[in-house]
Each structure stands twice: as structure tokens, then as C-alpha cells.
Design a protein around this ligand. Structure first.
Ligand SMILES: Cc1cc2nc3c(=O)[nH]c(=O)nc-3n(C[C@H](O)[C@H](O)[C@H](O)COP(=O)(O)OP(=O)(O)OC[C@H]3O[C@@H](n4cnc5c(N)ncnc54)[C@H](O)[C@@H]3O)c2cc1C
Length: 408
């Protein structure tokens, strides 16, 4: 049983993932004494993307210079390390290699190096074949970028720590409080109707991940972009084979997609994963715990969005490849063995899956950058895919600046 919470707080944050919790922390830090309630639909926080990802504190290499992702990833990684130091959260600056397997990939590696330098990624350096083998002795490639400041952490643990900090500072974190309706309320407030009753804040920030489009449109924001969910499944290297990977080994990604490619990651708990796949998903949450009705609703929403069909027409070949990868472990093993030759299908076992909340425009384009919209008395985070966990503390500052401006 949760204690009763203030029905009329100054702020409500909808969504108890890492972004919502970081935003709540920043709002309170700027206004000590303000009242704030986090409303989370699930019965625990951090259960969705925040708790099901690669756990990589990205350094900011990939993103177009000047984009929100570029700015907020570099600043967010710095802030994440500082936060983990302050709160005693385990992390490792494990370092990461992006490996070019042939001359064709070297030109794309050049572009990543240029972007990394423009984004101010610390310590980025180019390695030749011998250099990359010093970092990862079992890895093969013709060249690599090494990012020594890339790290790993459990973002779920970060979220739990943020929630505990909020409660210490007097905020309420309500679970089982899925917001279903949004309306104007008397006295310049918003009425948020949820499973636990009604909360009427002066201002709200919506950080609902895969459901961000639904809440934004309920609040009067434009329909574009919509969330289209992509399932990212991970395999795990069997214990005896985990020594093939010291830290993080990534391929050179396809520049036309906002995904980083199937990579090998040593997580902070020592497990080594291979993944994630990127398969169009019928549902916005991974299998368990989601009723058939909600899954059907998710599927219908994806099918009703013209952008989904335009995207499917453009990417059907890639989609078929992803489907084959999801069904056949040997294909993923082959992909991994193209840069770590020792890996075989027998070394891999199923691990976990996360659902990426990827915004897709009406034109069928996968929206690359973070997207934030304003509605009456509210701000909505509408596209916060990777590296939003890394960037969460910096996204929080950006949102809080926006709220300050709106309330001035
Ligand atoms: C497979 C995968 C790998 C990734 N790898 C990385 C990585 O290595 N590094 C990195 O930085 N990022 C990574 N990401 C991205 C990162 O996980 C997300 O960007 C980040 O977790 C987004 O956080 P969030 O709080 O916006 O969303 P979420 O964690 O999804 O939280 C949204 C919350 O809103 C709640 N909610 C939804 N609707 C309602 C409602 N109506 N009322 C109340 N609450 C509601 C949900 O229950 C949920 O708890 C990865 C993502 C995936 C899926």
C-alpha cells in the first residue's frame, strides 16, 4: 500500500524510467520545497527500456555534430559518471572498439572519427590491426576506433537510486498509476486521471518511452511522430567463452539506420552479450505481463500509422534480415565471428530482450534525434532512444530549462 500523495503538486512527471526520474530530480533540485509526484504505470520503476538495454555509457561518437544526441550524450556521460561516483553505483570505464572489417568500412570509420572529434569525445584514438589486438586480443579487423571513456553500468540501478533520492527529498514516486486521461483543471492546473485517482499538477513532464506519442496526442500535441516498437533481443556468451571479449566490440554501423549494429558487450556484472537485434515488434513492451488486448492495441496503432507502411516499403530487405537473425542463432554468431572469429553458435544462449521506442515520421523516416514537444502546461519527451539512458541527466537539464522558461 502506497502512502497518500498530494493531489495538487507543483509538478507531475509521468513515466518512471531513467529519463522521467532524472527530470524529476532536476526539477526538484532547482526548486527546493516544490512538491512533485512521479506517476508510473507499472508496479515498479525502470521496468521498460531503462531495465533492458546494453548498459553502455556512450561517449558520443556516432551522432551528427550539433544534434541534441551529440550534445547531450557527451554532457550526459560526464554527469552519469559523477552521479555514480556520488551515489556509490558500480560502473566501469571499460573502453570500446568500433572495428572496420575491410577497406570498405574504413571510410565509414573515418566519418565516425570526424564526428567523435567534432562532438568532443574524450580520448578517441585510431588503431591499426596490431593496436586493436592489444585492446581485444581475439578481435580481427583492419582498423578500429578506440574510445577509452565508454563505460558500462546498470541503468536500472541508476533509476532505483534516482527514485530513492527523490523520495528522500520529499517527492512521491507512485507506481501502478498509469495516466489514462489528461484535461485542463481549474486554477491553471492539469488533471491527470490514473489508476490511483487524479493528480492535478501546475505543470507536467511526460517521459513515457514507448507510450510517449499516445500521451502527447492526448494532451493535444501533433500526431507526428509516432512510436514504432523494435524488439532488441540479446544472446549471452556461455561462461567458458566470455573471455573472448574484454570490454565492448562494435561493428561499423549502417549510417542510414539509427541503430548501432549487433555488438559484443561485457556488462557490469561480467556477462558478455551479443545483440541487440532490431525486429519490428507487435507490442510496445516485451512479452510477459502485457495482456493480449494491449498487444493488439499496439499492433493496431503501428498499422494505423502511415509512416509504418512507408518505413516497411523502404526497409523490407533489412527487416527480413532482422527476422532471419532473430530466428537463427547461427546468423548472429556468423556476424559476430566476422570480428571475433572464435565465436560459434554453440557458444551462445538466449538472454533477454528490450523494446526500443523508436519514433517514425509520417514520411516513414526513422527519427534520429531526441524530440521534445510542448503542450498546454506540459512538456513531452517524444523520442528518447539510445543514447538517452547515458544522456538522461543532461536531457533533464534541457527539460528543466524549458520548464523554467515556460513558467517565467
Ligand atoms: C535494446 C536496447 C538497448 C539499448 N542500449 C542502450 C545503451 O547501451 N546505452 C544507452 O544510453 N541507451 C540504450 N538504450 C536506450 C535507453 O534504454 C533508453 O533511451 C532509455 O532507457 C529511455 O528511458 P525512458 O525513461 O525514456 O523510457 P523507459 O525506460 O521506457 O520508461 C518509460 C516509462 O514510462 C512508463 N509509462 C508509459 N506509459 C505511462 C502512462 N500512461 N502513465 C504512467 N507511466 C507510463 C512506462 O511504464 C515506463 O516505466 C537501449 C534501448 C534498448 C531497448
Amino acid at each position: 500500500m502506497q502512502p497518500p500523495t498530494d493531489p495538487n503538486p507543483d509538478f507531475a512527471v509521468v513515466g518512471g524510467g531513467i529519463v522521467g526520474l532524472a527530470v524529476a530530480r532536476e526539477l526538484l533540485a532547482r526548486r527546493p520545497g516544490a512538491t512533485l509526484t512521479v506517476l508510473e504505470r507499472d508496479d515498479a520503476i525502470g521496468r521498460h527500456q531503462t531495465g533492458h538495454n546494453s548498459g553502455v555509457i556512450h561517449a558520443g561518437i556516432y551522432y551528427a555534430p550539433g544534434s541534441l544526441k551529440a550534445r547531450l550524450c557527451v554532457a550526459g556521460a560526464r554527469a552519469m559518471y559523477e552521479y555514480c561516483d556520488a551515489e556509490g553505483i558500480r560502473y566501469e570505464r571499460a573502453g570500446k572498439l568500433i572495428v572496420a572489417r575491410d577497406a570498405g568500412e574504413v571510410a565509414r570509420l573515418d566519418e565516425l572519427e570526424r564526428r567523435g572529434a567534432a562532438n568532443g569525445v574524450p580520448g578517441l584514438r585510431r588503431l591499426d590491426r596490431d593496436g586493436l589486438r592489444e585492446v581485444e586480443p581475439h578481435c580481427e579487423g583492419v582498423a578500429a576506433l578506440h574510445s577509452p571513456q565508454t563505460g558500462v553500468v546498470d541503468f536500472g540501478e541508476v533509476a532505483r537510486s534516482l527514485a530513492a533520492g527523490l523520495e528522500r527529498d520529499g517527492a512521491a514516486v507512485r507506481t501502478g498509476a498509469g495516466v489514462e486521461a489528461i484535461a485542463a483543471a481549474p486554477g491553471g492546473r492539469l488533471a491527470l486521471r490514473h489508476a490511483g485517482g487524479e493528480t492535478r499538477p501546475r505543470f507536467a513532464v511526460f517521459c513515457a518511452g514507448a507510450w510517449s506519442d499516445r500521451l502527447a496526442t492526448l494532451a493535444g500535441a501533433p500526431a507526428d511522430p509516432r512510436i514504432v516498437p523494435f524488439r532488441g533481443a540479446y544472446l549471452r556468451l556461455r561462461p567458458g567463452r566470455a573471455a573472448l571479449v574484454r570490454s565492448l566490440i562494435y561493428p561499423v554501423p549502417d549510417p542510414s539506420l539509427p541503430f548501432l549494429g549487433v555488438h559484443l558487450s561485457r556488462h557490469v556484472d561480467g556477462e558478455v552479450s551479443l545483440g541487440p537485434t532490431a525486429l519490428l515488434s507487435p507490442a510496445r513492451a516485451p512479452g510477459g505481463g502485457v495482456g493480449a488486448r494491449r498487444r493488439l492495441g499496439d499492433l493496431a496503432a503501428t498499422a494505423a500509422w502511415p509512416g509504418s507502411w512507408r518505413m516497411a516499403r523502404r526497409w523490407w530487405r533489412t527487416g527480413l534480415g532482422e527476422l532471419a537473425d532473430a530466428l537463427d542463432r547461427r546468423r548472429l554468431a556468423r556476424a559476430a565471428s566476422s570480428y571475433v572469429p572464435g565465436i560459434e553458435a554453440a557458444d551462445l544462449e538466449p538472454w533477454f530482450a528490450g523494446i526500443r521506442a523508436q519514433a517514425v515520421g509520417r514520411d516513414g523516416g526513422l527519427v534520429d534525434d531526441f524530440v521534445i514537444h510542448d503542450t498546454e502546461r506540459a512538456v513531452h519527451v517524444r523520442n528518447a532512444p539510445s543514447p538517452a539512458a547515458t544522456s538522461s541527466l543532461a536531457i533533464a537539464k534541457l527539460i528543466a530549462d524549458r520548464v523554467d522558461e515556460r513558467l517565467r
